[in-house]
Design a protein around this ligand. Structure first.
Ligand SMILES: NC(=O)c1ccc[n+]([C@@H]2O[C@H](COP(=O)([O-])OP(=O)(O)OC[C@H]3O[C@@H](n4cnc5c(N)ncnc54)[C@H](OP(=O)(O)O)[C@@H]3O)[C@@H](O)[C@H]2O)c1
Length: 262
């Protein structure tokens, strides 16, 4: 197989919500390509476990950050920049919002989701944008709910949609300085969280896990979930030299699940 040089080697990268799942897989792929990476998340024990696994691969640091606290997000970017000696790539991933529909969710749930899903992204993009130089990359991992609501996930369906606006305005403001801002919209991805959800449902309904997965993915043309690395690879592409003229877009990584044509 021909190996393409992605231009990632030596890049200074911060990945948020990286103790598990999509964030962890992304940090791992950057390290495999020779980047220096800061991982962050809010549970220090989980973050340390992730750090122990990743330090075998490359130069990695961790900073505990609760994404619902804007001052911690600001400190992550500033301290990350100082530790790495610069910042080339910010990958923003976040935790999952509480499930529920508008009649079940409280005012506080909406306010918390605002901090988790939107404010953290605004602060991360703003602070990274101030520090990055030309050819910097900002990639926000969102969800397919930006294109198509998923029932019982109204915090994601409503609050997360604002990230489409953030990506567009930031791509214009920062594009003028040669910094590219893009996003991805993952569909079903087999992270530990989804694996647990499948196991729970299989146990409750006395069914096999494969059966539960088949039912979940029956609308997905590829008839399977993504591996977290498959999502991480698209993020890696957006951070690479190959994506030098891609700015202000949101790429679905959903196996074809989103039904809309455009
Ligand atoms: N998996 C999917 O099918 C899928 C599809 C579309 C979108 N998404 C979205 O993609 C994101 C990642 O999903 P995932 O499946 O990779 O989840 P995951 O495996 O549960 O990982 C979630 C990550 O978020 C961190 N986190 C949670 N709350 C946080 C907070 N307040 N501050 C900082 N970090 C926090 C967790 O760290 P701690 O160790 O600190 O808890 C963990 O590292 C979520 O927003 C999810 O809604 C997932």
């Amino acid at each position: 197989m021909v190996k393409i040089d992605l231009g990632i080697k030596g890049k200074k990268v911060i990945v948020t919500a990286a103790s598990k799942g999509i964030g962890f897989a992304t940090a791992k792929r950057f390290l495999e390509e020779g980047a220096k990476v800061i991982i962050s998340s809010h549970d220090e024990n989980n973050l340390k476990k992730a750090y122990e696994k990743l330090k075998e691969i490359g130069e990695v640091y961790y900073i505990v950050t609760d994404l619902t606290r804007p001052n911690e997000v600001e400190n992550l970017i500033k301290n990350g920049y100082n530790i790495l000696g610069g910042l080339d790539v910010l990958v923003y991933v976040t935790g999952s919002p509480k499930p529920g529909n508008i009649f079940e969710l409280s005012n506080d749930d909406w306010i918390n989701a605002f901090y988790l899903l939107l404010m953290s992204a605004v602060v991360a993009v703003r602070e990274a944008g101030k520090l990055m130089r030309e050819n910097g990359r900002i990639i926000l991992s969102t969800s397919m709910t930006l294109k198509e609501p998923i029932s019982n996930l109204d915090l994601s369906n409503v609050v997360r949609l604002s990230l489409a606006g953030l990506i567009k305005v930031a791509s214009k403001e920062l594009g003028e300085r040669g910094i590219l801002v893009n996003g991805i919209m993952p569909g079903w991805t087999l992270t530990d969280r989804v694996d647990q959800l499948v196991k729970d449902r299989a146990r409750r309904e006395n069914r096999k896990e494969e059966e539960v997965i088949r039912e979940i993915v029956k609308e997905v043309p590829l008839k399977r979930m993504a591996k977290p690395e498959e999502v991480a690879n698209v993020i890696l592409f957006l951070a690479s030299d190959l994506a030098s003229y891609v700015n202000g877009v949101l790429i679905p990584v959903d196996g074809g699940l989103i039904k809309a044509t455009l």
